[in-house]
Design a protein around this ligand. Structure first.
Ligand code: KG4
Ligand code: ZN
Length: 328
């Protein structure tokens, strides 16, 4: 089954063609980083307008790269949420138009679930369920027990900033460009993580929830005192955020008897995170997305769309965009 996937939840317009949920025939991503950088973050209105301009050429490029024709596509998959409503609508309407014009079924998928599917899709051998899904992105920080595709139990999430958002905000304090995550990682490479005693936040009576706003404020106060070393500050912040994620993930894995961890989201591109996890849990099976699948992309949407369609059947043209969307 050939699935054409469309992604436009935030500041990437993407299209991919994937066979049978796994084999990526093409994967085209048009990033808008250049557009939003001067504002220090994503401007929703500008993101929508850019999506309108680039989405059709992106779809055409994905078809050309896959050496397939629109007529041979069997299913149109689209990220219906969570995301910026205006941005979502561009992808959703493009998907509906294709579905209607071609007479091919339409399926809407969850962007966060797709980030986790990206790791399952990249895995060389099948991953045993239940496993623990850890989502670390610009908009979400969450842990879910994955019992099967489509069967998720949310067991922890952030009560304030998402982890990627905290990286972006700390980077801004250090006058680094957007997106800040890769910049912090770069600075931290030459820093000593033990210089400043930061810690991830704890949520009262909810040991598996996250809070990053206190950590962010601690960085701000340290900066305001002056005379800081940016590399050491970046390294100390990054280490505190990651040690918090690692401790809570391992605790959750133990509690829910998961021996495999499946990661998803932009922050999982960070090599220090991968190194720290591997050092802390050598006995666990850690499944990271390939680097091209860490960022927002449509291959994960098409891949997940295949399975969702098999399980639930098609959506119809009344499919809505959802700014918030629970997993499952
Ligand atoms: O998953 P994603 O592309 O978008 C959402 O669905 O939210 O994640 C983007 C986030 C940004 O906050 C970005 O700063 C962060 O991922 N990020 C990183 C790294 N690369 C991207 N954070 C830490 N280290 C990185 N290397
Ligand atoms: Zn994402």
């Amino acid at each position: 089954m050939l699935v054409l996937g469309i992604e436009s939840t935030c500041d990437e317009a993407a299209c991919a063609v994937v066979r049978d949920g796994r084999e990526i025939l093409s994967n085209v991503v048009s990033s808008q980083v250049d557009l939003h950088r001067m504002y220090g973050g994503v401007v929703p209105e500008l993101a929508c307008r850019r999506h309108v301009d680039v989405l059709i050429p992106v779809i055409e490029e994905a078809l050309i790269n896959s050496k397939t024709k629109l007529q041979t596509i069997d299913l149109i998959a689209v990220a219906r949420g969570p995301g910026l409503v205006g941005a979502l609508l561009i992808g959703l309407n493009a998907a509906k138009a294709l579905s209607f014009a071609l007479g091919k079924p339409l399926i809407g998928v969850n962007h966060i679930e797709a980030h986790l599917y990206a790791s399952l899709m990249s895995a060389k051998t099948a991953i045993a369920f239940p496993c623990l899904g850890v989502v670390l992105s610009g908009g979400h920080t969450a842990m879910v027990v994955i019992r099967d595709l489509g069967d998720y139990q949310l067991i922890g999430q952030t009560v304030d900033d998402a982890i990627g958002e905290a990286f972006d905000k700390v980077a801004k304090m250090l006058h680094l460009p957007y997106p800040g995550g890769p910049e912090i990682e770069r600075l931290a490479r030459d820093g000593d993580p033990k210089t400043y005693a930061f810690r991830g936040g704890r949520v009262k009576e909810r040991p598996l929830d996250f809070s990053f706003s206190g950590l962010k404020t601690a960085v701000l106060y340290t900066l305001q005192k002056g005379n800081i070393h940016p590399n050491d500050l970046a390294a100390s912040f990054q280490e505190a955020a990651f040690q918090d994620v690692i401790a809570k993930s391992l605790r959750a894995a133990k509690l829910h008897e998961c021996s495999s961890l499946v990661f998803g989201g932009g922050v999982t591109a960070n090599q220090r995170l991968r190194y720290l996890f591997a050092s802390a849990a050598p006995e666990m099976n850690l499944h990271w997305p390939t680097m091209e699948m860490t960022i927002d992309n449509a291959a994960m949407i098409a891949g997940l769309g295949f399975h969702t369609y098999k399980r639930k059947g098609p959506d119809d043209l009344s499919l809505d965009a959802l700014t918030q969307m629970p997993l499952g």
